[in-house]
Each structure stands twice: as C-alpha cells, then as structure tokens.
Design a protein around this ligand. Structure first.
Ligand SMILES: C[S@@+](CC[C@H](N)C(=O)[O-])C[C@H]1O[C@@H](n2cnc3c(N)ncnc32)[C@H](O)[C@@H]1O
Length: 311
C-alpha cells in the first residue's frame, strides 16, 4: 500500500535536516557497534526489538526488494509526484541506503537524510547531499519541526511498535503542504483466480506469524490501519494504492512477470529473515521452523495456481 498525503496545516518555520550521528556523508564503521542477537543464523539488532535482521543476506534481499518496488512504480522512485525543486527529504529505515542515493541523483539540489537503527549504509560514492543517522526511528528525529518537504517510509514493519506516535512525529516534522509516502508488503497470500474468494492462502501459518508478532508488540501488516492513524495524526488527502506481487509461475504480462521473478528470488529469505528472531523468542528452533517452511510453500502451490501477495 502506498499512502501519499499532502499536509495542509500551517506549522513552524522550515530548517534543514541535521545529522545527530555526525558521521558525515556515509554512516561510518561498524567497529564500535554493540554485539548483535543471532537467530536462525541471522544477525538482529542488539536491542532485540527489531524483528528484521541486518546481515549480508538480508542486505542482498533488501537490494532485490528495492528493484521490486521500482518495478511496481514503472521505474520511478516514488508514487508521489514530487516537485523537482524539493529541498528536504527524510527517509525512515533506509537499510543499505539505495533509495536515498538514487533519490540524490534524481534530485541533486535536495538534502536527503536517512535514519536507520543499523549501520549498514553504503559508504562509497555517497554524494554530499545525502546524510545518514543511526538511531531508532521511534526516538525524536534530529530535525526541526516543519522542515521536511517529503517523508518516505518503506518496509519498516517488523521494527515499529507505535505507528500512531511515528505518524504524529511525521506530521510535526513536515512542512505545511509537505508529503508523506508509506509502503509495506502484506504478510498475506491470496489466489488470483479467486477460487477461494477473498480468503488468504495458508491462513493458519500466517495467522500464527501475525499472532506471535502481536505477542511481541509488533504488527507485521500495519497498512490496513494506515488511514486511521494518518487521519488521527492530522494528515489530509490520503490516497491508497495496491500492487500485486505474483509468486510462482503464472504471470503473463511483462511487468508482472518481472515482479514475479524478483519475488520468487527473495520470498524464501523474506519468510526466514522476518520469522527468525520472532519465532526464536517464542521457543521455536531453526530445525522445527525448517520443517514448516517446505510445507508452507508446497501448501501455497497446492492451494492455488496463481498465488500473490500485495504491496
Ligand atoms: C526491510 S528494510 C527496508 C529498507 C529500505 N527502506 C528499503 O525499502 O529498501 C528495513 C530497514 O528498517 C530498519 N529499521 C527497522 N525498524 C527500525 C527502527 N525502529 N528504527 C530505525 N530503523 C529501523 C532496519 O534496520 C532495516 O534496515
């Protein structure tokens, strides 16, 4: 789901983003980072509150996922139309930093700040208009109120416990008329033929995943609540957009086929990476999980010729 929201309420005077981490244009070295938590062979942030890992395999997955998002946007970097002279851009949960870096090439006059809890951002070929700060995005952001023209949030589910507060802060930090775009992939799988109506496939396992998330105070599919949270925070003119992400081997259309290829190449990792810490916290071993994984994927194939998930 994409939500892009012109904000029309007057606010305070704009000022440029600052970098609390003082790490210059790149995010710096990992040498002084605290130890990590290991689960299912992946590395998770030492706080134990971020249910997506940050190791090399996840970083590779993020890069494919970035291509997938661009594929869904016909090559664009945003669904929102941004003025070419946009000044201050904030990206929450930047990951390796591909999105801010590509935005910087497209909008060379803009100041772009990316915030992420893990120091995994690229450090080479970072232009001077991109800065990264290392922090939890649920903390106050190191920028003035009313200073941001465009705020981008993508793939943060699994690391945020209090979405309403995040959107309140987003509203406060945006300029009057500023724009927010938020995208999350659902943890739900459906059937394109509609043989099962609107029912999701593999409901038991997916429900278990979401329920364990709730027990850990993490909502892995927060998008459906987006409009309510955004309105409560003060946003106006909210628009939603849904994209189909095919799995398996059924898409005909070239664009859908491209999405399908990318989805097939990362769905196993997506599944494992997002479950590792959560399921470990809930007493699952990797061996038990590995027994479930093939059953999960073969159940999807057995239930539908045309499975898909959504963005
Ligand atoms: C799935 S990746 C998405 C990366 C990037 N936004 C993209 O779409 O390509 C999620 C990123 O959000 C970061 N993250 C998750 N929860 C966070 C939090 N509470 N504070 C800061 N970063 C967070 C993770 O460290 C990870 O780099």
């Amino acid at each position: 789901m994409y939500t892009h929201v012109p904000k029309c309420t007057p606010s305070q005077k704009p000022s440029a983003p600052t970098d609390r981490d003082n790490s210059g244009s790149g995010a710096g070295s990992m040498a002084d980072e605290p130890p990590y938590i290991e689960a299912f062979g992946h590395k998770y942030h030492h706080s134990g509150r971020i249910f997506v890992p940050f190791d090399e395999k996840e970083q590779q997955r993020m890069e494919v996922q970035h291509k997938l998002y661009r594929q869904c946007l016909n090559g664009a970097l945003t669904a929102t139309r941004i003025p070419l002279n946009v000044k201050n851009i904030l990206d929450l949960g930047s990951g390796t930093g591909l999105w801010p870096l590509e935005m910087a090439a497209r909008y060379p006059q803009a100041n772009i700040l990316g915030i992420d809890i893990s120091r995994i951002q690229k450090t080479t070929a970072v232009p001077p208009n991109v800065k990264f700060a290392i922090d939890n995005v649920e903390n106050p952001w190191p920028i003035s109120a009313g200073s941001i023209d465009f705020l981008h949030i993508r793939g943060l589910a699994g690391g945020v416990t209090d979405w309403p507060s995040l959107f309140k802060q987003a509203y406060e930090k945006l300029k009057p008329g500023g724009l927010l775009e938020w995208s999350e992939q659902a943890i739900q799988i459906f059937d394109f033929d509609g043989k099962f109506g609107d029912a999701e496939l593999c409901p038991e396992f997916l429900k278990l995943w979401r329920d364990l998330g709730k027990e850990n105070n993490i909502d892995f599919t927060p998008s459906p609540n987006g409009p309510v949270w955004l309105v409560e925070a003060g946003f106006e003119n909210i628009a939603q957009r849904t994209e189909i992400l095919p799995l398996g081997n059924w898409a005909q259309d070239e664009s859908l086929r491209n999405r399908q290829t990318l989805m097939n190449s990362i769905s196993n990792e997506h599944f494992e990476n997002h479950c590792g810490l959560l399921f470990t916290n809930c007493g699952w071993t990797k061996e038990k999980f590995d027994e479930v994984a093939p059953t999960f994927f073969s159940d999807i194939r057995a239930e539908s010729q045309k499975p898909y998930t959504m963005l």
